[in-house]
Write a new protein. Sequence first.
Length: 347
Amino acid sequence: MPGAKSPNINWINNLRLIALFAVIVLHTSAVLLAQYGKVPFNDWLTADFYNAVVRFAVPVFVMITGALLLHREYELDDFFKKRLSKVITPFLFWSLVYIGYSWYNGEIAFDADWWTNTKQVLHLLKYGSSYHLWYVYMLIGLYFVIPVIGKFVRNATEKELQYFLIVWFGVMMLSQPYLIRFNPQVDLHYFAGYIGYLVLGHYLAFKEFKRQNIRVWMALVFVLTIVVITFGSWMLYKNNSTVGTLFYEPISPTIVLLSASVFLMARFTMVKLSPAISRLRDFACGYNYGIYLAHALVLYLLDRVNISYKLCIPIISIPVTALICFVLTLGLVWLISKLPFGKWISG
């Protein structure tokens, strides 16, 4: 939208931390979710519920990126120097850490042939050395397109932005298994993927809403979507006896609705925090990316000392384990940032 100004950073920071904690909850509960039929049904359903609640995490991260970056004018070299380098350097460091952990854990092996070892490391760097790093590969791809899509967003009318989002959502709908037979041969992949979340984040951050009680409506959407995801996923497991991710997929109608509702609730909820809590929030936000990169390692280590969903009943152990992981990872990343050149690798 032409003339858009930067959104209020306070609600953005609140949302950023919520999304980060949601990622950790997601990864804490994922192991239990994969054990359908092997664990008590109530335990599995708890993991299913937590997964439904927090599946907005990565889409909301992308929406925040769109809200913060698309309205700004950049010189290409300045953008890539300041933005992309801050993503890639910590990513490479933590990727090597996960490779080292896999070697220590006996998951990979190195021999005396340095070239074979190098190729193995390069292969892991190419495809990801830990399950959660897929997000960084996706983010790097988005960074390459941000200068281009940002030019469109800054000059587009509201109607043109709505057109883009409608086509994106339509392409997404036609890509779903239950509608794919209606998908024509027209090539619409230009509107596909996470780029839509970039534009959606910008649009929802700057859109002037006139409807009253928008928080109530978004809370209703949030709850109804969670119900659909939870029970829809249960039915897929029950009927197929395999992992059914149809309702969990980030690029799906249910997750778009879930993510948009969370985003708007955060925008229109005025939370009065004490100065001490605000400083703590801003401190944690300063290490947000590093916490994302490092939290999987901390979860691995916590599991070694039996701190996981098995700690007690899952409805308690999952968020408690996630909170412990969050605090320890923040401390770890902060300590690394204090080392020589630590700020370049901590994230």
